[in-house]
Write a protein that binds this ligand. Structure first.
Ligand SMILES: [Fe+2]
Ligand SMILES: [Fe+2]
Length: 306
């Protein structure tokens, strides 16, 4: 049995891979890709939410949003540490990942390239984007890389607080006056197509070539479509219970079968994740500037003896 076959067999037997273990190059590559997209998404997702902290409608909402932004930055930190360990044997560093981001070579989730024009958008993000993320991350928790599983345990716990905060914001708006209800519904119209894209294309014909490899390496245990179906089953009834209208006339569930829905625009999806979304360039620029401005702090910390 060659090394790769032996590795795959051990994964099938439920073995967890650790940072210093031997792993095939393709496994390391996929893992770096998966965790760096996750980590950078946490980093970039905090930017539009941070902008809303001074504009939150009450002190309590402001504190909750501040705590959420802090959590997301912590998630980015934990995840980029994992990537750092995986990059070391191939001679790359965490700095390289950030440099890739600044030079537009690093991907992050489609939802974090979009505009956040109202407080209702902040509520929809915390409720439904974090809700979608919990579904994906709950699946990744069963993956074959031990360090990622352990970090995800903490992240998923915190994400479930975020979605409760988001649900509370959305419920308050849904129970508010006519203007607040209209604002919430308008935010849902803006975010629905992005939420349907969030889980990625169904199969390789639509551009999901990494899915099969990740399933084989047990880095993931469910397909994109299975996750999207679970999201619809959990959230469509809750969204409708708030009196909101989901902008998809084809959306329905048969008694036993899966949900049917309007196929997302995958061409647009690929444009967005290749940093050609409405806010991609501005957010990457902002992150690059703040990273450069914070260099002296990192240098000072690196030279501090504790
Ligand atoms: Fe997070
Ligand atoms: Fe979150």
């Amino acid at each position: 049995m060659d090394k790769e076959t032996e590795f795959l067999t051990s994964l099938d037997e439920g073995r967890l891979v650790e940072a210093k273990d031997w792993m095939p190059d393709a496994y390391r590559r996929e893992l770096i890709r998966l965790i760096s997209i996750h980590g950078v998404s946490e980093l970039m997702g905090a930017l539009p939410e941070k902008e809303w902290i001074p504009r939150a409608p009450t002190l309590q909402r402001r504190l909750a949003l501040m705590a959420k932004v802090q959590d997301e930055m912590g998630h980015a930190q934990l995840l980029l540490r994992l990537v750092e360990d995986l990059l070391a044997p191939v001679g790359r560093t965490r700095e390289d990942i950030l440099q890739d981001l600044f030079e537009s070579r690093q991907k992050f989730h489609n939802v974090f390239h979009l505009e956040v024009p109202t407080w209702a958008d902040v509520g929809i993000i915390a409720w439904l984007v974090d809700g979608a993320a919990v579904i994906t991350q709950g699946m990744l928790l069963k993956g074959s890389y031990g360090p990622y599983r352990r970090v995800l345990r903490r992240i998923v716990e915190e994400e479930s607080f975020h979605l409760q905060h988001g649900e509370s914001v959305c419920m308050a708006l849904a129970e508010g006056n006519q203007r607040q209800r209209a604002e919430l519904n308008a935010a849902l119209q803006r975010w629905w197509p992005a939420l349907m894209m969030f889980f990625g294309p169904k199969d390789s014909a639509q551009g999901s070539r990494h899915q099969a490899i990740n399933l084989r390496y047990r880095l993931r245990t469910e397909s994109n479509e299975s996750l999207r179906q679970r999201f619809l089953t959990k959230y469509v009834p809750r969204i409708r219970a708030l009196g909101l209208v989901i902008p998809d006339p084809q959306l329905q569930k048969s008694a036993e079968g899966p949900w049917t829905y309007e196929e997302p625009d995958w061409v647009r999806f690929h444009e967005i994740i290749n940093n050609r979304g409405p806010k991609s360039a501005a957010r990457i620029r902002l992150k690059s500037t703040t990273y450069a401005e914070g260099r002296w702090i990192r240098q000072a910390l690196a030279h501090t003896v504790i």
